[in-house]
Design a protein around this ligand. Sequence first.
Ligand code: ATP
Ligand code: MG
Length: 359
Amino acid sequence: MAGASELLAGLAVPVMLVRPDGGIAMVNMAAEAALNMGQAALAERGWQAAFGGDETVATLVARARRDGSGCAAYDVMLKPLNGRPIRADVLVNPVAEMEGWLTVALQMRAVTTMVDRQVQQLGAARSAEGVAQMLAHEIKNPLSGIKGAAQLLASGESDAADRAELTGLIVAEVDRIAKLVDRLESFTDTRPIRLRPINMHELLGHVRRVAETGFAQALAIRESYDPSLPMVPANRDALVQVFLNLLKNAAEAAGEGGELRISTAYRPGLKVRPADGGAPVSLPFEVRVCDNGPGVPLALADYVFEPFVTSKPGGSGLGLALVAKIIADHGGVIEYERSGEPAWTVFRVLLPVAEGEAA
Ligand SMILES: Nc1ncnc2c1ncn2[C@@H]1O[C@H](COP(=O)(O)OP(=O)(O)OP(=O)(O)O)[C@@H](O)[C@H]1O
Ligand SMILES: [Mg+2]
């Protein structure tokens, strides 16, 4: 068995070797770290010690033993007795030429750094199914603004100036949906998106009006803008999506009568070191979308930017995944935090300066 243990030890993926009787024979270092338990304790005490009452892995192992073939469960939430919850694909496979022996590998999904997480989302966002769901999701947000504007027009209470603004809003949002559908291909495309200098405050003003005629009718939105903010290299339509999603989540969290805040800041000195240890990048443009709701449920806080993570009945959990994808495409980062006293919910977007100007 010495050969097998050396082989396992070197793998970065947590792997457990299972005896023909279903017990744990051996685990590698990555598995010890993920489960926060030593190999001796795991081998002696088995699945109950590793995962407590959670029977996902033990069930898969029993099934693979019964069928004599591999089996897997994708994207399951494992709860190690001693460690942090793990989102992983569990792959159980027979070991060649060792009758009755199995390996259990955990392909981790919950990555620990923001940058990795955002890279990972690209994969999910670009799967065919993911694309279809994401588009459907993205078309619903502007539709709510269009419907609201049309209802205001139909009520006959608007004057000529209001009517011009409302029809302008309808046209702009319809155009955006049309472009979004055109961009279907861009989700499966790894080419960089085209960035042009845009006026962030004009963009945020537009987003705010869409929100106010649609999903944020019953809330107060306050703005606080840094007048020194220069033009931002960005894809306007994509950023409209980003801030609509953030405002919609904020509106849903704060509820009727709640407060939302949008603020900008320009900090030329701000540098962020990527999780891979590469050179620090300058991310001086900051936009914060804040609400006075209760914040992200604790259990979800580490996963909100991953696709299909939702606490809402009928939610798709794609809003923030899409936001993270777009921000990553811009070379930026997004963070969630609770701050202030009393605490507010803060989603902070940091964006880079145009290439060549990063000095
Ligand atoms: N401002 C916020 N306050 C509290 N929780 C939030 C906030 N924004 C996001 N969340 C949490 O993150 C989860 C994921 O958000 P996301 O936008 O990705 O999906 P969703 O809002 O649930 O669904 P959809 O966007 O499809 O309507 C939400 O279900 C919610 O639990
Ligand atoms: Mg959402």
